[in-house]
Design a protein around this ligand. Structure first.
Ligand code: AMP
Ligand code: MG
Length: 420
Protein backbone atom coordinates (compact mmCIF):
# COMPACT_ATOMS: atom_id res chain seq x y z
CA UNK A 1 0.00 0.00 0.00
CA UNK A 2 1.50 3.34 -0.90
CA UNK A 3 2.51 5.39 2.08
CA UNK A 4 -0.08 8.15 1.65
CA UNK A 5 -2.95 5.72 1.42
CA UNK A 6 -5.17 5.43 4.50
CA UNK A 7 -8.08 3.13 5.35
CA UNK A 8 -11.65 4.27 4.67
CA UNK A 9 -12.33 4.21 8.43
CA UNK A 10 -9.32 6.44 9.08
CA UNK A 11 -10.50 8.85 6.40
CA UNK A 12 -13.98 8.91 7.94
CA UNK A 13 -12.54 9.63 11.38
CA UNK A 14 -10.39 12.47 10.06
CA UNK A 15 -13.32 14.12 8.31
CA UNK A 16 -15.63 13.68 11.29
CA UNK A 17 -12.99 15.21 13.56
CA UNK A 18 -12.97 18.32 11.36
CA UNK A 19 -16.67 19.09 11.03
CA UNK A 20 -19.04 20.41 13.68
CA UNK A 21 -22.82 20.66 13.86
CA UNK A 22 -24.07 23.81 12.15
CA UNK A 23 -25.78 26.62 14.03
CA UNK A 24 -29.40 26.05 14.98
CA UNK A 25 -32.58 27.34 13.38
CA UNK A 26 -36.23 27.21 14.37
CA UNK A 27 -38.48 25.38 11.94
CA UNK A 28 -42.22 24.64 12.02
CA UNK A 29 -42.68 21.55 14.14
CA UNK A 30 -44.06 19.39 11.33
CA UNK A 31 -40.92 19.97 9.28
CA UNK A 32 -38.81 18.31 11.98
CA UNK A 33 -39.81 14.81 10.85
CA UNK A 34 -36.66 12.91 9.89
CA UNK A 35 -34.35 15.41 11.57
CA UNK A 36 -32.57 15.28 14.91
CA UNK A 37 -33.56 17.94 17.43
CA UNK A 38 -30.86 20.41 18.40
CA UNK A 39 -32.16 20.83 21.96
CA UNK A 40 -34.13 18.79 24.47
CA UNK A 41 -37.85 19.53 24.15
CA UNK A 42 -39.94 19.51 27.33
CA UNK A 43 -43.67 19.68 27.82
CA UNK A 44 -45.14 22.65 29.69
CA UNK A 45 -48.24 20.70 30.79
CA UNK A 46 -49.11 17.18 31.84
CA UNK A 47 -49.73 14.94 28.82
CA UNK A 48 -52.60 14.24 28.88
CA UNK A 49 -53.53 17.40 30.82
CA UNK A 50 -56.56 15.76 32.50
CA UNK A 51 -58.04 12.30 33.01
CA UNK A 52 -60.40 11.69 30.10
CA UNK A 53 -62.93 9.19 28.92
CA UNK A 54 -61.84 6.61 26.36
CA UNK A 55 -65.45 5.94 25.36
CA UNK A 56 -68.80 7.61 24.80
CA UNK A 57 -70.77 6.54 27.87
CA UNK A 58 -71.43 7.28 31.55
CA UNK A 59 -68.91 8.33 34.18
CA UNK A 60 -69.81 6.92 37.60
CA UNK A 61 -68.60 5.22 40.78
CA UNK A 62 -67.54 1.65 39.99
CA UNK A 63 -68.65 0.66 43.49
CA UNK A 64 -72.26 1.50 42.57
CA UNK A 65 -72.30 -1.29 40.01
CA UNK A 66 -70.50 -3.92 42.10
CA UNK A 67 -73.62 -6.09 42.37
CA UNK A 68 -75.18 -5.24 39.00
CA UNK A 69 -76.35 -8.18 36.85
CA UNK A 70 -79.11 -8.81 34.33
CA UNK A 71 -81.22 -10.29 37.17
CA UNK A 72 -80.48 -7.37 39.48
CA UNK A 73 -79.84 -4.27 37.35
CA UNK A 74 -78.74 -1.03 38.98
CA UNK A 75 -80.34 2.30 38.01
CA UNK A 76 -78.50 5.62 38.35
CA UNK A 77 -79.63 9.22 38.06
CA UNK A 78 -77.99 11.23 35.25
CA UNK A 79 -76.95 14.52 36.89
CA UNK A 80 -75.17 16.15 34.00
CA UNK A 81 -73.59 15.69 30.61
CA UNK A 82 -70.44 16.68 28.86
CA UNK A 83 -70.10 17.54 25.21
CA UNK A 84 -67.13 18.99 23.34
CA UNK A 85 -66.21 22.20 25.15
CA UNK A 86 -68.92 21.72 27.81
CA UNK A 87 -67.40 20.46 31.04
CA UNK A 88 -69.35 19.14 34.07
CA UNK A 89 -67.78 21.02 36.95
CA UNK A 90 -69.59 19.28 39.83
CA UNK A 91 -68.61 16.21 41.79
CA UNK A 92 -70.51 13.01 41.05
CA UNK A 93 -72.25 11.64 44.16
CA UNK A 94 -72.84 7.94 44.78
CA UNK A 95 -75.89 6.74 42.84
CA UNK A 96 -75.33 9.28 40.09
CA UNK A 97 -73.77 9.27 36.63
CA UNK A 98 -72.72 11.86 34.05
CA UNK A 99 -73.12 11.38 30.30
CA UNK A 100 -69.64 11.74 28.83
CA UNK A 101 -68.07 11.83 25.35
CA UNK A 102 -64.74 10.32 24.30
CA UNK A 103 -61.88 12.64 25.28
CA UNK A 104 -63.96 14.70 27.72
CA UNK A 105 -62.56 15.24 31.25
CA UNK A 106 -63.74 12.69 33.80
CA UNK A 107 -65.73 14.60 36.48
CA UNK A 108 -64.54 14.61 40.08
CA UNK A 109 -65.79 11.60 42.01
CA UNK A 110 -66.12 9.29 38.99
CA UNK A 111 -63.70 6.38 38.80
CA UNK A 112 -64.97 4.43 35.75
CA UNK A 113 -66.78 4.91 32.46
CA UNK A 114 -69.36 2.46 31.07
CA UNK A 115 -69.76 2.59 27.32
CA UNK A 116 -73.04 3.87 25.97
CA UNK A 117 -73.91 0.71 24.00
CA UNK A 118 -74.42 -1.44 27.14
CA UNK A 119 -76.51 1.09 29.04
CA UNK A 120 -80.30 1.11 28.93
CA UNK A 121 -82.06 4.50 29.16
CA UNK A 122 -85.12 4.10 31.40
CA UNK A 123 -86.42 7.67 31.34
CA UNK A 124 -85.47 10.79 29.36
CA UNK A 125 -83.07 11.28 26.47
CA UNK A 126 -79.99 9.93 28.26
CA UNK A 127 -78.72 13.38 29.22
CA UNK A 128 -79.21 15.32 32.49
CA UNK A 129 -82.44 14.36 34.26
CA UNK A 130 -82.60 10.86 32.77
CA UNK A 131 -82.43 7.52 34.55
CA UNK A 132 -80.17 4.81 33.16
CA UNK A 133 -79.75 1.12 33.97
CA UNK A 134 -76.67 -1.12 34.16
CA UNK A 135 -76.65 -4.93 34.09
CA UNK A 136 -72.96 -5.63 34.79
CA UNK A 137 -70.18 -4.35 37.09
CA UNK A 138 -67.33 -2.21 35.80
CA UNK A 139 -63.70 -2.26 36.91
CA UNK A 140 -62.22 0.63 38.82
CA UNK A 141 -60.48 2.91 36.27
CA UNK A 142 -62.06 1.24 33.27
CA UNK A 143 -62.21 3.40 30.10
CA UNK A 144 -60.38 6.25 31.81
CA UNK A 145 -57.16 7.64 30.34
CA UNK A 146 -55.06 8.92 33.20
CA UNK A 147 -53.69 12.46 33.35
CA UNK A 148 -49.93 12.60 32.73
CA UNK A 149 -49.96 9.13 31.16
CA UNK A 150 -47.37 10.19 28.56
CA UNK A 151 -45.41 12.84 30.48
CA UNK A 152 -45.64 15.25 33.37
CA UNK A 153 -45.23 19.04 33.12
CA UNK A 154 -41.54 19.92 32.79
CA UNK A 155 -40.50 16.47 31.56
CA UNK A 156 -38.38 16.14 28.41
CA UNK A 157 -40.43 14.41 25.70
CA UNK A 158 -37.68 14.37 23.04
CA UNK A 159 -33.93 14.59 23.54
CA UNK A 160 -31.36 16.57 21.55
CA UNK A 161 -30.05 14.29 18.78
CA UNK A 162 -33.21 12.19 18.76
CA UNK A 163 -34.55 11.92 15.23
CA UNK A 164 -38.13 13.17 15.13
CA UNK A 165 -40.86 11.15 13.40
CA UNK A 166 -44.28 12.32 12.16
CA UNK A 167 -45.80 10.98 15.40
CA UNK A 168 -43.04 12.84 17.24
CA UNK A 169 -44.14 16.10 15.58
CA UNK A 170 -47.59 15.51 17.05
CA UNK A 171 -46.10 14.78 20.46
CA UNK A 172 -44.04 18.00 20.33
CA UNK A 173 -47.14 19.96 19.32
CA UNK A 174 -49.10 18.60 22.28
CA UNK A 175 -46.13 19.60 24.45
CA UNK A 176 -46.64 23.20 23.30
CA UNK A 177 -44.08 23.48 20.48
CA UNK A 178 -45.22 25.26 17.31
CA UNK A 179 -41.59 25.27 16.18
CA UNK A 180 -38.47 23.40 17.22
CA UNK A 181 -34.76 23.98 17.00
CA UNK A 182 -32.68 21.87 14.56
CA UNK A 183 -29.25 22.23 13.02
CA UNK A 184 -29.39 24.27 9.83
CA UNK A 185 -29.01 22.25 6.63
CA UNK A 186 -25.32 22.60 5.74
CA UNK A 187 -24.77 24.57 2.54
CA UNK A 188 -22.75 22.32 0.27
CA UNK A 189 -21.04 23.68 -2.84
CA UNK A 190 -20.66 21.27 -5.75
CA UNK A 191 -18.06 22.06 -8.40
CA UNK A 192 -17.00 20.05 -11.45
CA UNK A 193 -13.43 20.27 -12.67
CA UNK A 194 -12.35 19.41 -16.21
CA UNK A 195 -11.81 21.22 -19.50
CA UNK A 196 -13.64 18.40 -21.28
CA UNK A 197 -16.88 18.95 -19.34
CA UNK A 198 -20.01 20.49 -20.81
CA UNK A 199 -23.47 21.06 -19.39
CA UNK A 200 -26.06 18.26 -19.79
CA UNK A 201 -28.09 20.37 -22.21
CA UNK A 202 -25.14 20.55 -24.64
CA UNK A 203 -24.36 17.88 -27.20
CA UNK A 204 -20.71 17.16 -26.51
CA UNK A 205 -18.19 17.66 -29.32
CA UNK A 206 -15.56 14.96 -29.80
CA UNK A 207 -13.44 14.78 -26.64
CA UNK A 208 -16.06 16.47 -24.49
CA UNK A 209 -18.28 14.77 -21.95
CA UNK A 210 -21.33 15.90 -20.09
CA UNK A 211 -20.98 16.87 -16.46
CA UNK A 212 -22.80 14.01 -14.79
CA UNK A 213 -21.11 14.09 -11.40
CA UNK A 214 -22.46 17.42 -10.22
CA UNK A 215 -26.01 16.19 -10.53
CA UNK A 216 -25.41 12.87 -8.80
CA UNK A 217 -23.58 14.69 -6.00
CA UNK A 218 -26.28 17.36 -5.68
CA UNK A 219 -28.86 14.60 -5.29
CA UNK A 220 -26.73 12.77 -2.74
CA UNK A 221 -26.23 15.97 -0.76
CA UNK A 222 -29.95 16.74 -0.80
CA UNK A 223 -30.75 13.14 0.14
CA UNK A 224 -28.69 13.35 3.33
CA UNK A 225 -30.34 16.65 4.28
CA UNK A 226 -27.86 19.26 3.03
CA UNK A 227 -28.71 22.27 0.89
CA UNK A 228 -26.59 21.80 -2.25
CA UNK A 229 -25.64 24.48 -4.76
CA UNK A 230 -24.06 23.79 -8.14
CA UNK A 231 -21.35 26.33 -8.79
CA UNK A 232 -20.59 25.08 -12.29
CA UNK A 233 -17.57 23.81 -14.16
CA UNK A 234 -14.00 25.06 -13.95
CA UNK A 235 -11.61 24.07 -16.73
CA UNK A 236 -8.24 22.48 -15.91
CA UNK A 237 -6.68 25.84 -15.31
CA UNK A 238 -5.04 26.70 -12.04
CA UNK A 239 -6.39 30.24 -11.89
CA UNK A 240 -9.96 29.30 -12.81
CA UNK A 241 -10.06 26.43 -10.30
CA UNK A 242 -8.58 28.55 -7.55
CA UNK A 243 -11.11 31.32 -8.14
CA UNK A 244 -14.15 29.03 -8.06
CA UNK A 245 -12.99 26.92 -5.11
CA UNK A 246 -12.08 29.98 -3.03
CA UNK A 247 -15.43 31.58 -3.81
CA UNK A 248 -17.08 28.38 -2.56
CA UNK A 249 -14.89 28.32 0.56
CA UNK A 250 -15.99 31.86 1.40
CA UNK A 251 -19.70 31.14 1.09
CA UNK A 252 -20.39 27.50 1.96
CA UNK A 253 -20.12 25.12 4.89
CA UNK A 254 -18.65 22.22 2.91
CA UNK A 255 -17.09 22.22 -0.54
CA UNK A 256 -17.02 19.24 -2.86
CA UNK A 257 -15.26 19.07 -6.21
CA UNK A 258 -15.04 16.16 -8.58
CA UNK A 259 -12.33 15.70 -11.17
CA UNK A 260 -8.75 16.78 -11.20
CA UNK A 261 -7.97 14.64 -8.18
CA UNK A 262 -5.53 12.09 -9.55
CA UNK A 263 -1.85 12.71 -10.24
CA UNK A 264 -2.28 13.59 -13.91
CA UNK A 265 -0.69 16.61 -15.53
CA UNK A 266 -3.77 18.75 -15.17
CA UNK A 267 -4.64 17.88 -11.61
CA UNK A 268 -4.43 20.87 -9.34
CA UNK A 269 -6.76 19.92 -6.53
CA UNK A 270 -4.31 18.63 -3.93
CA UNK A 271 -1.79 21.32 -4.76
CA UNK A 272 -4.44 24.00 -4.40
CA UNK A 273 -5.65 22.68 -1.05
CA UNK A 274 -2.05 22.46 0.16
CA UNK A 275 -1.26 25.99 -0.93
CA UNK A 276 -4.45 27.59 0.39
CA UNK A 277 -4.93 25.47 3.48
CA UNK A 278 -4.07 22.10 4.94
CA UNK A 279 -4.32 18.66 3.32
CA UNK A 280 -5.31 15.92 5.78
CA UNK A 281 -5.23 13.05 3.31
CA UNK A 282 -4.98 12.60 -0.45
CA UNK A 283 -5.26 8.85 -0.97
CA UNK A 284 -7.82 6.41 0.45
CA UNK A 285 -7.58 2.65 0.17
CA UNK A 286 -10.73 2.13 -1.85
CA UNK A 287 -11.86 1.23 -5.31
CA UNK A 288 -13.53 3.08 -6.86
CA UNK A 289 -12.11 6.45 -5.90
CA UNK A 290 -8.66 6.16 -4.34
CA UNK A 291 -7.67 9.70 -5.34
CA UNK A 292 -9.58 11.63 -2.69
CA UNK A 293 -8.23 14.78 -1.14
CA UNK A 294 -9.58 16.13 2.10
CA UNK A 295 -8.40 19.31 3.70
CA UNK A 296 -9.35 22.53 5.39
CA UNK A 297 -9.17 25.69 3.36
CA UNK A 298 -9.62 28.77 5.54
CA UNK A 299 -11.08 26.39 8.08
CA UNK A 300 -13.77 25.10 5.70
CA UNK A 301 -13.87 21.36 4.96
CA UNK A 302 -12.99 20.65 1.36
CA UNK A 303 -13.40 17.25 -0.29
CA UNK A 304 -11.85 16.69 -3.71
CA UNK A 305 -13.30 13.57 -5.29
CA UNK A 306 -11.90 11.89 -8.36
CA UNK A 307 -13.72 12.51 -11.61
CA UNK A 308 -14.78 9.01 -12.52
CA UNK A 309 -18.51 9.12 -11.89
CA UNK A 310 -18.86 5.98 -9.78
CA UNK A 311 -15.75 6.96 -7.85
CA UNK A 312 -17.09 10.43 -7.11
CA UNK A 313 -20.42 9.03 -6.01
CA UNK A 314 -19.01 6.26 -3.79
CA UNK A 315 -16.49 8.73 -2.36
CA UNK A 316 -19.33 11.08 -1.39
CA UNK A 317 -21.30 8.18 0.08
CA UNK A 318 -18.40 6.98 2.24
CA UNK A 319 -16.90 10.30 3.30
CA UNK A 320 -19.15 13.31 2.74
CA UNK A 321 -22.36 11.66 3.88
CA UNK A 322 -21.24 10.84 7.44
CA UNK A 323 -19.76 14.34 7.75
CA UNK A 324 -22.97 16.04 6.66
CA UNK A 325 -24.95 13.87 9.06
CA UNK A 326 -22.71 15.04 11.90
CA UNK A 327 -23.24 18.66 10.79
CA UNK A 328 -27.01 18.06 10.97
CA UNK A 329 -26.68 16.67 14.50
CA UNK A 330 -27.47 13.03 13.74
CA UNK A 331 -26.05 10.48 16.16
CA UNK A 332 -22.92 8.74 14.87
CA UNK A 333 -23.65 5.72 12.72
CA UNK A 334 -23.15 4.32 9.27
CA UNK A 335 -25.40 2.64 6.74
CA UNK A 336 -26.51 -0.82 7.81
CA UNK A 337 -24.24 -3.72 6.96
CA UNK A 338 -25.45 -7.21 6.10
CA UNK A 339 -23.80 -10.56 5.75
CA UNK A 340 -24.69 -12.30 2.47
CA UNK A 341 -23.57 -15.22 0.33
CA UNK A 342 -21.73 -14.07 -2.78
CA UNK A 343 -22.94 -15.99 -5.85
CA UNK A 344 -19.75 -15.74 -7.94
CA UNK A 345 -15.98 -15.41 -7.59
CA UNK A 346 -14.65 -11.95 -6.77
CA UNK A 347 -11.15 -11.42 -8.13
CA UNK A 348 -8.88 -8.91 -6.47
CA UNK A 349 -6.51 -7.13 -8.84
CA UNK A 350 -5.24 -4.61 -6.29
CA UNK A 351 -4.71 -4.49 -2.54
CA UNK A 352 -7.03 -1.57 -1.80
CA UNK A 353 -10.57 -2.10 -0.44
CA UNK A 354 -13.11 -2.78 -3.13
CA UNK A 355 -16.64 -1.47 -2.92
CA UNK A 356 -18.23 -3.39 -5.77
CA UNK A 357 -21.58 -2.16 -7.00
CA UNK A 358 -23.88 -5.06 -6.27
CA UNK A 359 -27.40 -6.21 -5.59
CA UNK A 360 -28.40 -8.16 -2.50
CA UNK A 361 -31.70 -9.98 -2.13
CA UNK A 362 -33.30 -12.76 -0.13
CA UNK A 363 -33.64 -16.03 -1.99
CA UNK A 364 -37.36 -16.78 -2.23
CA UNK A 365 -36.92 -20.52 -1.49
CA UNK A 366 -34.29 -20.60 1.24
CA UNK A 367 -34.63 -17.09 2.71
CA UNK A 368 -30.87 -16.71 2.43
CA UNK A 369 -29.37 -13.30 1.58
CA UNK A 370 -27.50 -13.53 -1.70
CA UNK A 371 -25.39 -10.87 -3.38
CA UNK A 372 -24.39 -10.47 -7.01
CA UNK A 373 -21.99 -7.82 -8.33
CA UNK A 374 -22.70 -5.78 -11.42
CA UNK A 375 -20.90 -7.38 -14.36
CA UNK A 376 -18.68 -4.34 -14.93
CA UNK A 377 -17.03 -2.47 -12.07
CA UNK A 378 -15.75 0.22 -14.43
CA UNK A 379 -15.82 3.45 -12.44
CA UNK A 380 -16.97 5.41 -15.48
CA UNK A 381 -20.39 3.74 -15.20
CA UNK A 382 -23.19 5.34 -13.21
CA UNK A 383 -25.85 2.88 -14.38
CA UNK A 384 -24.36 0.05 -12.32
CA UNK A 385 -24.56 2.24 -9.23
CA UNK A 386 -28.09 3.26 -10.12
CA UNK A 387 -29.11 -0.42 -10.18
CA UNK A 388 -27.14 -1.37 -7.06
CA UNK A 389 -28.72 -1.55 -3.63
CA UNK A 390 -25.44 -2.30 -1.88
CA UNK A 391 -21.68 -2.11 -2.06
CA UNK A 392 -20.00 -5.49 -1.66
CA UNK A 393 -17.01 -4.89 0.59
CA UNK A 394 -13.86 -6.78 -0.38
CA UNK A 395 -11.37 -6.14 2.46
CA UNK A 396 -8.03 -4.42 2.04
CA UNK A 397 -5.35 -6.92 1.01
CA UNK A 398 -4.78 -9.33 -1.85
CA UNK A 399 -7.60 -11.78 -1.17
CA UNK A 400 -10.83 -11.87 -3.13
CA UNK A 401 -13.74 -14.24 -2.62
CA UNK A 402 -14.88 -17.54 -4.07
CA UNK A 403 -18.48 -18.20 -5.03
CA UNK A 404 -20.34 -19.32 -1.90
CA UNK A 405 -18.30 -17.24 0.58
CA UNK A 406 -20.09 -15.10 3.13
CA UNK A 407 -19.33 -11.41 2.56
CA UNK A 408 -20.29 -8.04 3.97
CA UNK A 409 -22.40 -5.58 2.04
CA UNK A 410 -23.18 -1.92 2.81
CA UNK A 411 -26.84 -1.11 2.16
CA UNK A 412 -26.81 2.17 0.26
CA UNK A 413 -30.60 2.10 -0.08
CA UNK A 414 -31.27 2.06 3.67
CA UNK A 415 -30.74 4.93 6.11
CA UNK A 416 -28.27 4.89 8.97
CA UNK A 417 -29.66 3.53 12.21
CA UNK A 418 -32.20 1.23 10.52
CA UNK A 419 -32.06 -2.35 11.85
CA UNK A 420 -32.28 -4.95 9.10
P1 AMP B 1 -10.15 13.15 -13.41
O1 AMP B 1 -10.40 12.90 -11.95
O2 AMP B 1 -10.23 14.60 -13.74
O3 AMP B 1 -8.84 12.53 -13.84
O4 AMP B 1 -11.32 12.46 -14.23
C1 AMP B 1 -11.39 11.07 -14.39
C2 AMP B 1 -12.42 10.71 -15.44
O5 AMP B 1 -13.71 11.15 -15.03
C3 AMP B 1 -12.19 11.35 -16.79
O6 AMP B 1 -12.56 10.42 -17.78
C4 AMP B 1 -13.14 12.51 -16.79
O7 AMP B 1 -13.54 12.88 -18.09
C5 AMP B 1 -14.31 11.97 -16.03
N1 AMP B 1 -15.03 13.05 -15.36
C6 AMP B 1 -14.46 14.03 -14.65
N2 AMP B 1 -15.41 14.87 -14.17
C7 AMP B 1 -16.59 14.41 -14.62
C8 AMP B 1 -17.94 14.85 -14.47
N3 AMP B 1 -18.24 15.95 -13.77
N4 AMP B 1 -18.92 14.13 -15.04
C9 AMP B 1 -18.62 13.03 -15.75
N5 AMP B 1 -17.37 12.56 -15.91
C10 AMP B 1 -16.35 13.23 -15.38
MG1 MG C 1 -9.73 15.75 -15.24
Amino acid sequence: MDEHMILVEEAQEIILAHVEPTDTVEIPVWQAAGRPLAHDAATDIDLAPFASSAMDGYALHAADLAAASSDAPVALQVVGHEAAGHVFEGCIERGCAVRIMTGAPVPAGADAVVKYEVVEVLEGDGNEGSRVRFTAPVNFGENIREAGLEAHAGEVVMRAGEVCTPAGCGLLASAGHMSVSVHRAPRVAIISLGTELVAPNCVPARGQIRDANAFALMAQAADVGAEPTYLGIAPDDEVAIRELVLQAIAEYDFVVTSGGASAGDYDYVTALARREGEVLFDRVSMRPGKAITFGLVQGVPYLGLSGNPAAASVGFEMLARPAIRKMLGYPAGLRPRQCARVMHDVKKSQARRFYDRAHVERDAQTGELQVRSARSQNSALLGTLHHANCLLTVPDGPKGYAAGDMVEVVRIDVAEGVEL
